[in-house]
Design a protein around this ligand. Structure first.
Ligand code: SF4
Length: 148
């Protein structure tokens, strides 16, 4: 049986990005053709609005957030959104478990969904987002739209 794939909702055309836009990707849609898909936007699932202020990781990347050594902070107002982002990640994990997901296809460079590169304090660096770090800790394979 083909694996069920957890997918960043913005890649499927949901206008759930912080700026109110989608990140619809024909490449992603083509790669997923015929596959069972579970769409998730961790940030919106957590209750954050659309649009919402952009958030940067500070002090490290997603793994460091779970270790209590980094935070997710709004770029301008510096409001701390760490707990919202962690709640969103937990909801993504719950969705993955409910549907026996073993692989996720998530949007690169997002502080939640990034899997190879994320912004830390406004600078793009290697690392993963808060949702990706949690999924990987639970043995779910995470790949990005940029790897397709
Ligand atoms: Fe939501 Fe992830 Fe897309 Fe950001 S990258 S809009 S958190 S699904």
């Amino acid at each position: 049986e083909a694996p069920v794939v957890l997918v960043s909702a913005c890649l499927l055309g949901e206008a759930c990005r912080y700026d109110g836009r989608s990140q619809r990707s024909e490449r992603v849609l083509a790669a997923l053709e015929g596959k069972a898909v579970v769409p998730i936007c961790p940030e919106v699932a957590s209750g954050l609005p659309i649009p919402r202020p952009p958030v940067d990781l500070r002090g490290g990347t997603g793994v460091d957030v779970w270790a209590g050594q980094a935070r997710a902070v709004e770029r301008e107002a510096r409001t701390d959104r760490t707990e919202d982002f962690q709640r969103g990640a937990q909801l993504a994990l719950e969705a993955a478990r409910r549907f026996d997901v073993t692989v996720a296809l998530l949007k690169e460079k997002s502080p939640s969904c990034g899997s190879q590169r994320v912004y830390e304090s406004g600078v793009l660096r290697s690392g993963e987002g808060i949702t990706t770090a949690l999924l990987r800790a639970e043995d779910i394979t995470v790949v990005s739209d940029e790897e397709l």
